[in-house]
Ligand binder design. Structure first.
Ligand SMILES: [Zn+2]
Length: 684
């Protein structure tokens, strides 16, 4: 099978200006600090800049370019398809760096198919159907929520995607909206800031990766082709806290349409980070906002450390041309920086090397002139620079059986001092040079040696353009070289789609999140509570019960919207935990509660009962109805000895209220009578 493309993607020697941080003064002397120890002013000094790309699946019945159902997550697999990727030359006769990298990995790609949600379109055997109208309408609506300029015609483009996660080798994508600004009230910088949106596109989702072992990667295709929107911001996020607040804001705007998917994997973020003197690095697939601040903080310091290494190399007079290699051939035949190291390591007691020799692996030693000591320089918490080399080798040479590489800087004890001496001699290396040993099958060892030299060369650039994967400890690992800027080209299979005016006119724009928060604040909710409520699953239920436009006085609770919001926040999650089901009663049931004149202090208890699916509303309300109760009769006990006034109050209230159902009496009235009866002068 083929998977090729005539992409005009050219790997330009010049870095696109948008990728460079606008400031070139690397703050090399900036102190090393933890997240939380830096102020907004400090991040400004670092030149910290972040932008977001938020991917959000849309709630449609079908996929974007075929009529397969959307939103299925399958476990059973009916068939598997095997593919190889290979790059094709662009018109300029150049390979895209990213595409070339994927080719170098020599991966076998296996797609797992389920009859229930995949057809021949996803597998690139039939051309696309018409674009799904429902998805286009939702995307237009969300673009309007972002206050964007809408395109008048939809032009489907192909975006090159050669990691195998899309069988065609490209993703179909269409620009829907451009520009737009939204109020950014939760910025750590305070004030009335704005977050600028660059663009919003409608795209098809890629496959889910199931496993990636050695030269074989497996994908499941249920998610493939599902419609999603990609919202890209300008680099307006200036602190780690801002990045998280920005992400939550974008998610809230999309959610406010009520037409996006929720749950695991439905929303995924890419975040672009740079600091003064560095260039944009993209961290992919961040699914948790919680991790985001630490992640971008650590990434900023990785940039700073790489810039420090670059400065030190320049001081030592190292130049990039030293590491250049002809494109073809085994590295150890082409340069004296790489030598066959079988003889040098033969007597080492180091187990991984002994195992490699026994397996017939190629073992080679590499010299990085002028790098002595720098491989141990930390780039991330507990991670030395050597790891940047190792990751390249792992991803591109697919050497996954660890360890496959050892360096004198980081692990001087590994091979033993005699062996290191032999390696150094074989390489004619001096003290100021770094030396490494790498092993694997001959082809992989050759790729590994080439990648190590390439990465060393890039150390003189400072921060290479790449995409990185977020790890759960808030560090990142190399994923791939950042694709060239021109990997988009028109899709010849789909005609342009003029957007009918009627579609735009039919959009009933929902309330935007910041307007909703302002409305809740006007109802008397505290700022934090008003901020939390729009994202709560019961927000719409709350709105049904607390009409916000007119009909004042309709509710017995009157101003007690606050009490209701509080009761929801406190009791609903608890009920869901206890019952093991996420059940929300209809608005009618709760309206009956609000109109029944229930004692406000009993609302939470009544709510608890109504959060059961089998609750008999009338019976519940009758039980908790306010009654004529002789309060004095509830306080007939004698005061026990030795109780303080405070303790006596609590005891007497407990005794009295336990004699009647919740809501039957006003607890404040009982309290007043208890104080009077026992003469509790000291309580407030
Ligand atoms: Zn399909």
């Amino acid at each position: 099978m083929k998977a090729q493309t005539n992409a005009g993607a050219k790997q330009s020697a010049t870095i696109p200006p948008t990728d460079l941080n606008p400031r070139s003064d690397a703050p090399l002397d900036f102190p090393d600090r933890e997240l939380g120890e830096l102020s907004a002013k400090d991040y400004d000094e670092l030149g910290f800049l972040c932008g977001l790309e938020v991917h959000q699946q849309l709630l449609t019945r079908t996929k974007l370019f075929c009529r397969c159902p959307a939103g299925r997550r399958v476990r059973a697999v009916d068939a598997e398809v095997l593919r190889h990727m290979r790059p094709t030359l662009s018109e300029l006769g150049e390979y895209d760096g990213c595409a070339l990298m994927e080719f170098k990995t020599r991966k076998e790609i296996i797609y797992q198919l389920s009859r229930s949600c995949v057809c021949t379109y996803e597998m690139d055997d039939t051309p696309p159907f018409e674009i799904d109208e429902e998805a286009v309408r939702i995307a237009l609506e969300i673009a309007l929520l972002f206050d964007q300029n809408l395109v008048s015609e939809l032009h489907v483009m192909r975006k090159q995607y050669l990691d195998g996660s899309i069988p065609t080798g490209f993703q179909r994508t269409a620009m829907v909206g451009l520009g737009g600004t939204i109020p950014f009230r939760d910025s750590e910088l305070g004030g009335d800031r704005l977050l600028r949106i660059r663009q919003l596109s409608l795209e098809e989702d890629s496959c889910r990766e199931v496993s990636d072992i050695g030269h074989t990667i497996r994908f499941r295709t249920d998610r493939l082709g599902m419609p999603l929107i990609e919202t890209v911001t300008e680099p307006d996020l200036l602190t780690p806290g801002d990045v998280r607040a920005g992400m939550e804001l974008l998610a809230a705007v999309a959610r406010s349409s009520g037409k996006v998917r929720r749950g695991p994997g439905a929303a995924r973020q890419d975040v672009n980070v740079s600091i003064a003197g560095s260039r944009r690095v993209e961290i992919k697939g961040v699914s948790s906002g919680r991790l985001l601040p630490a992640l971008v903080h650590n990434e900023a310091y990785r940039h700073l450390n790489l810039l420090r290494i670059k400065a030190e190399l320049e001081r030592r007079g190292v130049t990039p041309d030293v590491f250049s290699l002809p494109a073809k051939g085994m590295p150890w035949e082409l340069t004296n920086l790489v030598v066959d190291a079988h003889a040098a390591v033969r007597h080492s007691a180091y187990d991984p090397v002994q195992a490699a020799l026994a397996d017939g692996d190629t073992v080679c030693a590499i010299k990085l002139p002028g790098f002595g000591g720098l491989l141990a320089h930390p780039t991330q918490p507990q991670i030395p620079f050597a790891q940047e080399l190792a990751e390249r080798v792992r991803v591109i040479a697919c050497l996954t059986s660890r360890p496959f590489l050892v360096s004198f800087d980081v692990e001087p004890m590994s091979l033993g001092s005699a062996t290191w001496r032999h390696v150094r001699l074989a390489l004619h290396a001096q003290d100021e040079d770094a030396i490494l040993v790498v092993w694997g099958p001959p082809q992989d060892a050759a790729t590994a040696a080439r990648e190590i030299l390439l990465r060393a060369q890039e150390a003189l650039v400072g921060v290479p353009s790449e995409t990185r994967q977020a790890r759960s400890d808030a560090t990142t690992g190399f994923e791939r070289i950042l694709p060239g800027p021109e990997r988009m080209y028109p899709d010849t299979d789909t005609p342009p789609l003029p957007i009918p005016d009627a579609w735009i006119e039919a959009i009933e724009l929902r309330e935007r999140p910041w307007d909703r928060v302002a409305r809740y604040e006007a109802l008397g909710l505290s700022k934090p509570m008003a901020g939390r409520l729009p994202a709560a699953p019961w927000a719409d239920l709350f709105d049904e019960l607390v009409p916000w436009q007119e009909s004042p006085g309709q509710l017995a609770l009157g101003d007690d919207a606050v009490r209701l919001a509080h009761a929801f926040e406190k009791r609903i999650p608890r009920a869901w935990r206890v019952h093991g089901r996420r059940f929300l009663p209809g608005a009618e049931r709760l309206r009956a509660m609000l109109q029944a004149g229930i004692e406000p202090s009993a609302i939470e208890f009544v709510l608890d009962e109504l959060l059961r699916e089998d609750a008999d509303v009338d019976a519940v309300l009758e039980r908790h109805r306010r009654r004529d109760v002789a309060v004095d009769a509830l306080i007939d006990a004698e005061r026990p000895e030795g109780l303080s006034d405070e303790a006596c109050l609590r005891w007497a209230m407990g005794v009295a209220l336990s004699k009647v159902p919740r809501g039957a009496v006003d607890p404040l009235e009982v309290r007043a009578r208890v104080i009077e009866r026992f003469g509790l002068v000291g309580v407030r």
